[in-house]
Design a protein around this ligand. Structure first.
Ligand code: ATP
Ligand code: MG
Length: 441
């Protein structure tokens, strides 16, 4: 435990950030401590003069300590600290604050947010973490299902930090072919490979002094992960075909809809990279877990759509509203946004169930018959049939959206969804979906 004590001492000795205050200094010390633990773990793995049982023992201790710090980092440093800011400032004991108060406090602190948010506690947790993390240079990992607002959150972190006026460069790690990855991230020298007609800057160089957003980080192949780790450790890059080392100062924000911890356990994602990227973790809840925000989002998007389409905001019938408040939204906020835009475009003054996309529309019999719009009990034989239908609809919507995203390439969709290709083909056949209809021309 001695080594760990020394490392903790070193972290304590690190210079603070002047006017930024004790809390931020604490944040940075914690993060440095985490970094030191990572270095310790790597060093121990390869130490030539420690016997194996000794190494294992220390590794075990380091792992336990790291997990403890990660836990603390999320709960204590950010969430409870934010909730207790005001009370502590006044020298009072911390009292739990209501969501409404937390929301108002966030807005009162001039938090920049390009969207809307309500009182949902899970979302407020995420926003408060983002707010606290923004002014630091610590890496942030944003996770959450597809369409939950990860990219928006990355921009929020950039916009609320000291680098807001500097470049924000976004890289979709899942969309770069393996053989171009290095050149795309780090640039290349003229003649480095066939087709390299000129010197070219990579994304990291473009993001110098700003923020680089590494989207879909879980899709980065292992070779790319090793290269990224090297940059995170050395803050230097080399263009492909060049010996020159270029120093890079870029704040890293990464996002994923994968379970990277599971990926790490399965050997598909480097554990050391995971811990380096996730010094701060922001988890965005799916829309089905923040249904209370749906009315707010509907009104936000119908205002936005009205402006785009140069029309008055669309009115919504009670049964359509009922549907929108209860639908499961497998595509989360993006899906809700698309639906509202569709309604705004297709309906006249008032939108109803018939303006919904066909694959999610409740059966017409139900909407006409019960008049409540509660998704058609009369049209269905049983609860199990209702379940099967909902599951079929979600499956179909998922496949169509996926194919759209990958431009109709079944192999790519199978890779992204971690699915067997022939099983995927079978599902497409079941729904009568033709991949070629989604090819980009
Ligand atoms: N709180 C919000 N207020 C308004 N719009 C939002 C909010 N959150 C997300 N959006 C919108 O929802 C859409 C999806 O968000 P975004 O692209 O950030 O999601 P994502 O998690 O990155 O999705 P994916 O995993 O598919 O890449 C965007 O149009 C975004 O502007
Ligand atoms: Mg995204």
């Amino acid at each position: 435990m001695k080594i760990l004590d020394q490392i903790a001492d070193q972290a304590q000795d690190m210079p603070g950030q002047g006017a930024q205050g004790t809390e931020r200094r604490g944040t940075i010390l914690y993060a440095r401590l985490l970094e030191k633990i990572e270095i310790l773990r790597s060093a121990l793995r390869w130490a030539p003069r420690l016997d194996r049982p000794g190494i294992e023992k220390l590794l075990h201790q380091a792992n336990a300590l790291r997990d403890e710090v990660m836990q603390l980092s999320h709960k204590e440093r950010f969430v409870s600290a934010a909730a207790g800011d005001a009370a502590e400032g006044a020298g009072m004991q911390r009292a739990p604050r209501s969501s409404g108060e937390r929301r108002r406090a966030l807005l009162g602190r001039s938090f920049v947010f390009e969207g809307t948010f309500g009182d949902n506690p899970q979302l407020l947790d995420a926003l408060e973490v983002a707010e606290k993390a923004a002014p630091t240079d610590l890496p942030v990992l944003i996770d959450g299902e597809s369409g939950t607002g990860k990219e928006l959150m990355a921009k929020v972190i950039h916009a609320n930090g000291a680098r807001a006026d500097m470049p924000y460069v976004s890289v979709n790690c899942g969309a770069i072919p393996d053989n171009l990855l290095e050149s795309e991230l780090f640039g290349h020298k003229k003649g480095a490979f066939t087709g390299a007609a000129n010197d070219r800057k990579g994304k990291f160089e473009s993001a110098h002094r700003g923020t680089i957003f590494l989207d879909e980080i879980g899709e980065l192949p292992l070779s790319g992960q090793a290269k990224l780790l090297r940059v995170l450790e050395s803050h230097e890059i080399q263009r492909v075909g060049s010996d020159e080392l270029i120093t890079i100062d870029a704040r890293i924000v990464a996002a994923t809809n994968r379970d990277l911890k599971r990926f790490a356990a399965e050997g598909r994602f480097r554990e050391d990279l995971f811990y380096r990227l996730s010094v701060i973790r922001v988890t965005l809840p799916p829309l089905r877990e923040r249904k209370d925000e749906i009315p707010l989002l509907i009104s936000y998007f119908s205002g936005e759509a009205a402006e785009t389409l140069k029309r008055r905001p669309v009115l919504i019938t009670p049964r359509l509203r009922d549907f929108l408040l209860n639908y499961a939204y497998p595509g989360n906020i993006r899906e809700l946004r698309n639906i509202v835009y569709r309604l705004s475009c297709l309906a006249g003054e008032t939108a109803d169930l018939e303006h919904l996309p066909q694959d999610i529309r409740p059966r017409p019999a139900s909407s006409a018959a019960d008049g409540t719009g509660s998704a058609g009990l009369q049209g269905m034989a049983s609860l199990s049939e209702a379940r099967r239908m909902a599951s079929d609809q979600a499956e179909r919507a998922f496949l169509e959206r996926g194919l759209k995203e990958v431009g109709g390439t079944v192999a790519e969709l199978a890779r992204r969804c971690d699915m067997n290709r022939s099983h995927l083909q079978m599902l497409l056949k079941k729904h009568g979906i033709h991949a070629k209809d989604f090819r980009r021309i």
